[in-house]
Structure formats: C-alpha cells, structure tokens
Design a protein around this ligand. Structure first.
Ligand SMILES: [Zn+2]
Length: 383
C-alpha cells in the first residue's frame, strides 16, 4: 500500500533547524511504515534538498514523519525499538515484516546516539559486578550508576584491569567526583578501586555479608548433625527432622511459624551450640536494621561475640568481617547495596534467553546498553 504525501510549506527546513527558500533539487522517495492489517505500507513523497548556509552543504529537508537519513518512518522505528526491549529481534522482524539485520541496525543507531552523550561526566555513586554469559562459562564486568539506575559500561572479562580501564577512561576530574562504589566481596574490583579512586568509599554489599552468615550457620548445622544429636518433631524420621531444622535455621527469625519457633526452642535446650550459631546469624542480620549511628558498635560487639563463640565457622567469619569492617559500615552509612546490579544481572539473563544466547559478544553488549542504559523508547501512540 503506497500512501502519497506532500509537504505543503514553501519554506524548506534543514535538519539543523534553519529555514531557507534555497531549494537545491527535488526527488521522490519512499519510507517503510507500519503495516496496515496484512498490507505493507510505504509513504511516498517528493522531497527537496536544501542548500543550507548553517550547515554549509546540501542536505535533505526535514520531514515530520521520518528521522534524517532514515528509510523508515519514525513510527516504524519507535515501534521496532519498543518491541526489541520485550522480544527477540527475530520476532520483531517477523512481526513488522522486515529483516533481522534492519532491526539490528535501528537498535545500533539508537545506542550509538545515546552512548555519545555525556553519560559519564557526572558520576558520584557507582556499582560494579560480574555477570556470566555463554552458559556461565564467560564473564562480563558491568558498571552501573546508582543515581540513574543505568548501565554505564560493559567490558569483557572480570579482572581488575577491565574495571581499572573503565575508571581510567573517566579522566582525573571524573574519578575525583566518584564518592562511593558498591561491590560484592571479590577482591578483583576492590584492588582496581584502591588503585584508581583511593578517595572513594568502597561499600560491600549487605546481601553478601548475610550470605556469609548463612554459610557459616550451614557449616555449624552440618557439624551438629554429624554428631548425631537427637531432636524430635512430631512423628517424623530423623532425616526429615533435620531437614526441618535446617529450614528453621535458614528462615529469618521474625518469619517463624509456631513449629519452627518450637524447633529453635528445642535447639536452645538440647544443642545450645547450634542455637548460639543461629543467634549469631540473626544478630548479624540486625546490623542492617539498627540505626546507622549504632552500626559500628553493633558490629564490634558482634565480632567479639563470634570470636568467643568457639564455633569455627563464626570465628572465621568474625576475622573476615574485621578485615572488611570499613566496607561493611560504608554500605550502611551511605545506604548502598549491589541490588541494582543484581536486578541488571537478571535483566541480562533475560536478554540472553530471549535470543537463545548470543553468538556475537558485541551484539550482547549493545543489547545490554539498549535495555539498561537508559536509551529512551516510546510507542508511537505514547506522547
Ligand atoms: Zn542546516
């Protein structure tokens, strides 16, 4: 279906915004538009070129239905890009009646325009994390901005050099502006941060600290189970009972139902050591609930208690937390966690699943920027 349109204005508008009467030449052109039912629609119009003084060269005049230089209408492009954030490019191509390569080119153009802007010039609080691809066999380093929630950088590999190179690329002023960086416990990124932004506060992710406590408790549980202490729950077999015990230990205390609370109470009487381990886990969780001003004191008391508990797993954890004290407290003080990176991580897994994995790494990185880099996409019907 061919829709012929005509620009009625005598004045020519250059894409730079300048108007002129100086027509250079004219020709007929076509733009691919959204399908009308089963029919492919093209817009056809006579279009003029303008000899623009502002640009100092001949340019095709601006039209309201298409972006400069594009052979698709704005509506088509906007629809395609909106869809790419939600389904595979193959699906989008089929739905809109075009090819994968053309959809891909639209996405690339949009990402290129967006990444050129000064998105790196005002960074204050960033987060860094590793993200698995190729079925978990390879890794990417992803840096995000806590203030906008956007991905800033995606690099191949998970070494301190990848993160270091990103920090180096910010320039001296850019690095000086960074106040805080959140990360998990791996020393890789911490080393790069210490080298390139020594003034910035490293914030260690609370979720990982709690995870350590959970792991220590699991170890204590295993030891206790191997020692064969008897705990009874209703008519269950010993194996079932121990599974119940583990469930009760792992669940946050405030969520316990009466059965689980009773199990913990039995532990207190019959196996005080495991009960103490559970208390230590719960007390460490409370570190993130007490007022920030009390956190340092809470952590100090906790590490002392854990060290004296005689439970190996918690003695080790106490040493570890003493080493990471500043990072743990910074995260509380600045209220920074790596949950933004976890959310982005989930989004990237979704991108990979939609495309059944990515053969081409550049393409995957482009899609990460497209979906999580703040590239604006809007349906033609949205205003
Ligand atoms: Zn111009």
């Amino acid at each position: 279906m061919v829709v012929s349109v005509r620009l009625t204005s005598l004045m020519l508008v250059c894409p730079c915004g300048r108007t002129s009467r100086a027509r250079y030449d004219r020709s007929r052109r076509r733009w691919r538009h959204l399908n009308f039912g089963r029919s492919a629609v093209v817009i056809e119009a006579e279009i003029r070129r303008v000899d623009c003084r502002g640009c100092g060269r001949v340019r095709t005049e601006w039209t309201p239905w298409a972006r400069p230089g594009s052979r698709f209408t704005r509506d088509f492009e906007d629809m395609a890009c909106w869809l790419v954030k939600r389904m595979s490019k193959t699906g989008v191509a089929k739905l809109l009646g075009t090819t994968w390569a053309k959809v891909d080119a639209l996405v690339r153009a949009l990402v290129d325009v967006h990444l050129d802007s000064d998105r790196l010039s005002k960074l204050y609080r960033i987060g860094v994390d590793e993200i698995a691809y190729r079925r978990g066999r390879k890794f990417l380093t992803v840096v995000a901005d806590h203030d906008t929630g956007r991905v800033l950088f995606v690099g191949e590999g998970r070494t301190q050099h990848v993160f270091g190179d990103f920090l180096a690329s910010l320039g001296e002023d850019g690095r000086a502006r960074i106040e805080a960086v959140s990360m998990d416990m791996t020393p890789i990124y911490r080393k790069a941060a210490i080298t390139h932004i020594p003034h910035a506060k490293v914030c260690l992710d609370p979720f990982h600290v709690i995870k350590w406590a959970g792991e220590a408790l699991d170890l204590a549980y295993q030891t206790c189970r191997e020692q064969g202490v008897k705990i009874s729950v209703d008519t269950m077999t010993p194996t079932q009972t121990w599974q119940k015990v583990r469930g009760a230990l792992r669940q946050p205390g405030e969520k316990h139902d009466p059965t689980r609370a009773a199990i913990i109470e039995q532990l207190r009487r019959k196996h005080p050591r495991l009960h103490r381990a559970w208390l230590l886990k719960e007390e460490l969780r409370r570190l993130y609930q007490v007022p920030a001003a009390d956190a340092a004191e809470h952590l100090r008391r906790w590490t002392n208690r854990a060290r004296r508990s005689g439970i190996n797993a918690f003695v080790t954890l106490a040493k570890r937390l003493r080493r990471h004290r500043d990072g743990v407290l910074n995260a509380i003080d600045l209220q920074l966690s790596n949950s933004l990176l976890e959310a982005i991580n989930a989004g990237i897994r979704l991108i990979q699943r939609r495309a059944h994995g990515y053969a081409d790494l550049d393409n995957l990185i482009e899609m990460i920027h497209f979906c999580h880099g703040g590239v604006p996409t809007q349906l033609p019907t949205e205003t």
